[in-house]
Design a binder for this molecule. Structure first.
Ligand code: SF4
Length: 297
């Protein structure tokens, strides 16, 4: 018994201090790509031709769609001028699908959920994960957040078994047609108001299956999405950063990531009253007309 206690004490505290401290990422880590269109040679399409998912385009200027990117480096390896490079920036999650299209190094990061949702959900988030045709890489990197290394529950975020107990869905996979109804039914079982998170290239755009007649090209064509977390799969740090931005625990875009800049210091008492139920209803009516559109089947 004494040996066990001594070993346990020797192990110390293993949970990352994120977001107070940013964990050291390996040298080979692939974060947000940096684009430098000024380096592009006239008429060169090497990156676009090398990309397996048509995430890069050069017509009308160099663009890279993070929602389709597999982070495979083919575009980087093919570019003779180094116009595309990976940075170590793990912050990739956005609130809008259009924000994932990079034209330089800028990325409009995810914002806190809308006020009407925040007043109800606050910083307590229960999520039901739906694996809709993923290879399980995104699911595994999400599972990592539940280990002692990340301890997701200290932020008030937990995964639950039943959609009835959830505030929203976290969806992975390109959404094969035979998962459409199951996904829709799971979504409809979540009490309103509810959120949807699209995790990984497949859930955002279909990823490598984009354009296949067997998939619905991600969750955006089926449900309204509140948070996009790109990657193939996204690093746990990227997922956690996105979730904390969604619940307002991280704000802004401070590259230095100092605690005083990162943390939302509002107290739990602020904004708890006067829930705008009309706004919530409006939002969900919009959701329902979208989600019950049988034409997407
Ligand atoms: S890293 Fe992304 S953009 Fe570049 S070739 Fe691979 S999938 Fe395409």
């Amino acid at each position: 018994m004494f040996k066990i206690l001594r070993t346990r004490l020797g192990q110390g505290h293993r949970t990352t201090k994120f977001p107070l401290e940013i964990p050291t990422l390996p040298e080979r880590y692939r974060g947000r790509p940096d684009l430098d269109p000024k380096r592009c040679l006239d008429g060169c399409k090497a990156c676009a031709e090398a990309c397996p998912t048509q995430a890069v385009s050069v017509d009308g200027g160099l663009k890279l769609d993070l929602g389709q990117c597999l982070f495979c480096t083919a575009c980087i390896d093919s570019c003779p001028e180094g116009a595309i490079r990976y940075s170590q920036d793990y912050r990739l999650a956005t609130s809008q699908r259009s924000a994932l299209v990079l034209t330089g190094g800028e990325l409009k990061l995810a914002e806190r959920m809308t006020d009407d949702l925040y007043r109800i959900l606050r910083r307590s988030l229960r999520l039901r994960e739906v694996c809709a045709g993923s290879c399980n890489a995104c699911d595994l990197d999400t599972n990592v957040l539940n280990t002692v290394g990340w301890d997701l529950s200290r932020f008030g975020i937990q995964f639950v078994a039943s959609p009835r107990h959830a505030d929203g869905l976290l969806v992975t996979g390109a959404i094969p047609r035979n998962m459409y109804r199951a996904l829709l039914q799971t979504y409809e079982a979540v009490p309103k108001p509810r959120i949807v998170i699209a995790l990984g290239a497949c859930a955002i755009s279909g990823g490598p299956y984009l354009g296949s007649p067997e998939v619905l090209n991600g969750v955006g064509g089926v449900l309204p999405v509140d948070l996009y977390v790109p990657g193939c799969p996204p690093h746990p740090l990227t997922i956690l950063d996105g979730l904390l931005r969604l619940i307002g625990r991280i704000r802004g875009e401070p590259p230095e990531a100092r605690p005083s800049h990162l943390m939302d210091n509002r107290t739990h008492d602020q904004g708890t009253k006067a829930v705008d139920t009309a706004a919530v209803e409006r939002r969900d009516r919009g959701v329902e007309s979208h989600s019950t559109d049988e034409s997407t089947q």
